[in-house]
Design a protein around this ligand. Structure first.
Ligand code: NAP
Length: 483
């Protein structure tokens, strides 16, 4: 197969679930609208509900009406709905997978299996697919997070899938890797000589990566409390961003070229131990507070909450990368729920100049800052000093921004949702935006070291009021380093 379009049987296990209705089906609509689905591509919805094909199609149409933000185009809706086929399978009944076998045609189309279900069902699905003998070397499988809650459980999940699929057939999703701005990190770093030559310990002082959420637990208290912000956000999203910022230039854009470089960064992360955990990390948990003037409950008071829980809803970590490029350049990661606002960004702080000839303006010249805004209002911003216009005594400097807002610069273009790009890549068969097994497991190994150190030191998370930027101690994490 060649070109951008590939005919697929795109099968969604758990098609009636939240992720499928809110993200996958609307993304398939957008891909169809953009002309990116092959005319022979079909979407096979798999669930255990006794419903007719017509009722299934009606439900999917309702998902489009509810979750597609732009006005729906009726011809695209019609085309998409005509691609849908419903297959009833109880995932734990291997015999029922022959129904899927009958619905697909691997002579004409590649089978892409999207596991939009909890990971404990992966084993059943793999066994069912094997039982129905529908796995060929071309068949692909897409796995949703979480891939485990520690190294051991992630290895179990990966082993389960590996019994049926080779690594070349597995697409592990971290939806951050499908975001336009995260992809743009690669363009920024490797297509612009001003950055390729100024991206190491010689010019960069430190890096801050922030993923701030305004929302709280959103009715998922039981799920979240078993996991916490470190496992739920740092292990995947923040570490993926970190690896893209820190990796060496890959030789090309091939899946393994990029993933090999990301893995090297993960291998170079300095482990955090019981001796260093208090100095390197801050754990927080939100109490009651105000978000945009509205009173919101604390973590313990959320629906289903348990007042004895010491699960963290905020984490700040100083990360050291032990390699040549990043010697003595700390990366500060920060993420939390119920913070002041929703914001994800990477900020690169350049080194101060060795000598200041503008002392009248600034006793200490501020550092140049490169801000890569991931969401909302995606864009890139450089903070630099310029001379304030005018004549008079001395030269007055002023901080100014070179601001490239994507919505302004590319205003005619719609920015696609991360899932659109990722689904398309699974259909094309390009693994570069998906996480390889060794990456996931290496990331868990490092996260486990923090989790174990926290368990050993037994300190409870520090409280912060909802609607703030987290515990005061997280500011101290930087201040201690003179930053
Ligand atoms: N929702 C998100 O935004 C999101 C984001 C990132 C990752 N994820 C991950 O994606 C996965 C799916 O999440 P979700 O939120 O969509 O979950 P969900 O709403 O609970 O959907 C899961 C679906 O699996 C089906 N299912 C469960 N057991 C089954 C069985 N034995 N046979 C057939 N179907 C069965 C359920 O069917 P019934 O309707 O019959 O119960 C349900 O529709 C999870 O691993 C989650 O962590 C979700």
């Amino acid at each position: 197969m060649s070109g951008d379009k590939h005919a697929c049987d795109f099968s969604i296990f758990g098609v009636m679930g939240d992720l499928s209705r809110r993200k996958l089906i609307p993304s398939l609509y957008q891909l169809d609208r953009a002309g990116l689905l092959h005319e022979d591509t079909r979407i096979i919805g798999i669930a255990r509900h006794e419903i007719s094909q017509d009722d299934f199609v009606a439900k999917m149409q309702m998902s489009l009406e509810t979750f597609v933000k732009d006005p729906l185009e009726s011809d695209v809706v019609e085309r998409l709905l005509a691609r849908l086929h419903y297959v009833l399978i109880n995932l734990d009944v291997p015999e029922e997978y022959t129904r899927l076998g009958k619905a697909i045609d691997q002579e004409k189309r590649v089978l892409v299996n999207y596991f939009s279900v909890a990971p404990f069902l992966f084993d059943d699905i793999c066994k069912g697919l094997a039982h129905a003998a529908i796995v060929t070397p071309e068949t692909r499988v897409v796995l949703e997070k979480p891939i485990g809650r520690d190294l051991e459980s992630s290895q179990e999940i990966n082993d389960t899938v590996a019994r049926v699929f080779t690594e070349e057939q597995v697409y592990r999703i971290d939806h951050y890797l499908g975001k336009e701005t995260v992809m743009n990190l690669l363009a920024l770093r490797f297509a612009n000589s001003i950055f390729t030559t100024n991206w190491d310990h010689n010019t960069i002082d430190h890096v801050q990566i922030t993923v701030a959420e305004e929302v709280g637990i959103e009715g998922r208290w039981g799920y979240f409390d078993k996991s916490g912000q470190l496992r739920d956000m740092v292990q995947n999203h923040l570490m993926q961003i970190l690896t893209l910022v820190a990796m060496e230039p890959p030789v090309n854009m091939d899946g393994d070229s990029i993933r090999n470089e990301k893995l090297k960064v993960l291998k170079a992360l300095r482990p955090i131990t019981a001796d260093t955990v208090e100095e390197k990390t801050v754990r927080g948990q939100y109490g009651p507070g105000f978000i945009k003037g509205k009173a919101v409950p604390g973590y313990h008071e959320e629906e289903g909450g348990n007042p004895a829980s010491s699960t963290e809803s905020f984490v700040a970590i100083r990360v050291d990368i032990d390699n040549w490029r990043w010697a003595d350049v700390p990366f500060y990661l920060r993420t939390g729920k119920r913070l002041t606002t929703k914001r994800s960004e990477v900020v690169i702080y350049f080194k101060r100049l060795p000598h200041n000839i503008f002392k009248d303006s600034y006793k200490n010249l501020p550092r140049n800052k490169l801000v890569i805004r991931l969401q909302p209002d995606e864009g890139v911003e450089i903070e630099m000093l310029n001379k304030e216009p005018g004549i008079g005594k001395g030269v007055k400097l002023q901080k100014t921004l070179l601001d490239l807002s994507f919505s302004d610069a590319f205003n005619s273009r719609r920015i696609p949702d991360a899932y659109e790009r990722l689904i398309l890549e699974t259909m094309i068969g390009n693994q570069s935006l998906f996480i390889r097994r060794d990456e996931v497991e290496r990331a868990w190994k490092w996260i486990d070291s923090i989790q174990e150190a926290w368990a050993e030191c037994k300190e409870s998370p520090k409280k912060y009021p909802a609607g703030t930027w987290g515990p005061v101690a997280s500011v101290a994490l930087l201040a201690r380093d003179g930053r």
